[in-house]
Design a protein around this ligand. Structure first.
Ligand SMILES: Cc1cc2nc3c(=O)[nH]c(=O)nc-3n(C[C@H](O)[C@H](O)[C@H](O)COP(=O)(O)OP(=O)(O)OC[C@H]3O[C@@H](n4cnc5c(N)ncnc54)[C@H](O)[C@@H]3O)c2cc1C
Length: 460
């Protein structure tokens, strides 16, 4: 609990107008997009500079006050939820593109820049930052760095971590460090950039990010392939990866997800297991890839193989895929969705999807399955209602079983959404003794444990 003198000290750092204890502001920063109950911070603070962030962290560290960075608030695992109250550090006003170095394909941004906004600006210069999360319109670069987010284009281009060259980070005592290098490669010492990326605000606050960019592709093509059975669809996914196709996106939607997408987005896809496959490249190369894909889909009893010809058609398909989460929610008014984000080796993807469907039937719980299939990354949404506790508990437990099965198959609890609060108890099982190394790093950088307490690490 913060005292009046703490509020006054924060006001002195950022100005009275950038500190709030108003209920509406506390409520707005008490949640993310997960199913967690809200937890109110004691105060919301909006810094606008690295110096202010440094002064806030120095003060919070002295007084041992929790600091929870909160940016777009679009996390799905309770990552920015202030479970122990304290200071919600709202980073989204630090939202300037500071420098575009076209000659080196690099951009320097403040952490509050929104992904889609950044790419809109970059596109005019023929460049882009590729990960493409489904939450593009709200996810900020700071949140993406902290969660090591990825998305539809990771199958070809990799994840956020692969694009971060340098980070400016404020450590809990207020020290400002610059980690990384502008050089494309470096073997100079420990790779602190890779440590901070994916640390979910538990080690420090990111105040500046230098990203490497790539050139826009010459051509784009999208194919929609429909299959009679789940097994055929997931086999086709496997063979795409195994036999060396190079898609820029390879997404899977089960029947339920296709139905919700049709209903909510006005599409008329066949209600069958479906894959969306995108290619980037020159015309001849794409044509070759599509022919190869066609053969491979036919070998797996494909019912329908269609190309989205116009840019408008392609955009509609990707918008529908991006909005799958919202379509599912709208299909069950008043529901709470219990999200899963497991990732398994590609040869196990089909087995994972079958497991989810069998579980859904066995437990009598509606579970949607879709995701970034080319990476082995499966998203699940178990449908629950808060006023029906039995179903709620079953949906939570079913999602835990999905995670356990992914771990049995050599996978991970978190393909791209991070661990947050919700998945933390699985960390011992996934990491064993190396979790102790993570704890030692946390203690070294944040000895008083003020940074986003309760996240990533299990309760014991
Ligand atoms: C519909 C929907 C679709 C989604 N699709 C995808 C997807 O395809 N791929 C994917 O990876 N994710 C996806 N997500 C999850 C989420 O959108 C991403 O993880 C996103 O990058 C979070 O960014 P944010 O700005 O909302 O961060 P927040 O949710 O505000 O914060 C995320 C984490 O970062 C920390 N943090 C925020 N800013 C900073 C900072 N400056 N310094 C240090 N720590 C900081 C927070 O404390 C928190 O732990 C989706 C979410 C939704 C709701």
């Amino acid at each position: 609990m913060l005292a009046q003198e703490d509020i006054r000290a924060l006001e002195e750092i950022v100005g009275k107008e950038n500190v709030s204890v108003r209920e509406a502001d506390l409520v707005a920063h008490s949640i993310d997009e997960s199913w967690m109950e809200p937890h109110l911070p004691d105060v919301v603070v909006w810094p606008v500079s690295t110096e202010q962030v440094s002064a806030i962290l120095r003060y919070a560290n002295e007084r041992e006050l929790p600091i929870v960075p909160w940016s777009g608030g679009s996390s799905l695992e309770g990552n920015p939820v202030p479970v122990y109250g304290g200071i919600a550090l709202a980073m989204y006003r630090m939202n300037k593109v500071l420098e575009l170095r076209e000659e080196d394909l690099q951009v320097v941004v403040q952490p509050g820049v929104v992904y889609a906004e950044l790419n809109k600006q970059l596109r005019r210069r023929g460049m882009f930052f590729p990960p493409a999360p489904g939450s593009s319109e709200v996810a900020t670069i700071g949140g993406m760095v902290a969660n090591n987010s990825s998305g539809m284009r990771a199958v070809k281009y990799g994840v956020t971590r692969d694009y971060v060259l340098k980070l400016q980070v404020v450590l809990p005592g207020g020290m400002v460090i610059e980690a990384g290098s502008l050089a494309k490669k470096t073997t100079s010492g420990y790779d602190l950039v890779r440590l901070f990326v994916g640390s979910e605000g538990t080690l420090g606050v990111v105040t500046e990010v230098t990203l490497r960019l790539i050139g826009l592709p010459e051509n784009v093509a999208v194919v929609v392939a429909v299959f009679d059975t789940l097994e055929d669809a997931t086999n086709a996914v496997y063979e795409c990866v195994r036999y060396g196709l190079d898609p820029s996106a390879l997404e899977f939607l089960d029947e339920l997800t296709v139905r919700a997408t049709n209903e909510q987005q006005g599409l008329s896809l066949r209600i069958k297991p479906t894959i969306f496959v995108e290619f980037h490249g020159n015309e001849a190369g794409i044509a070759e890839q599509i022919e190869y894909l066609r053969e491979l889909c036919e070998d797996n009893n494909c019912l329908d193989f269609q190309m989205a010809v116009t840019e408008e058609e392609r955009e509609r398909l990707w918008a529908a895929r991006r909005d799958a989460h919202d379509s599912i929610k709208l299909s069950h008014p008043g529901c709470t969705m219990i999200a899963g984000d497991i990732c398994v080796p590609i040869s196990k993807f089909g087995e994972m999807v079958s497991f989810v469907h069998e579980l859904s039937e066995r437990e009598g719980i509606i579970i949607y399955a879709f995701g970034h299939a080319g990476d082995g990354n499966l998203h699940t949404e178990a449908i629950a209602w808060r006023d029906r506790p039995e179903i709620f508990q079953k949906a939570v437990r079913a999602t835990e079983k999905i995670v356990e099965h992914a771990l049995d198959l050599g996978g991970t609890v978190a393909g791209e959404h991070g661990v947050g609060w919700i998945k933390r108890e699985f960390m011992v099982r996934e990491h064993g003794p190396s979790l102790e190394v993570m704890r030692a790093i946390k203690r070294a950088l944040d000895p008083k444990g003020i940074m986003n307490p309760g996240k990533i690490f299990p309760s014991n």
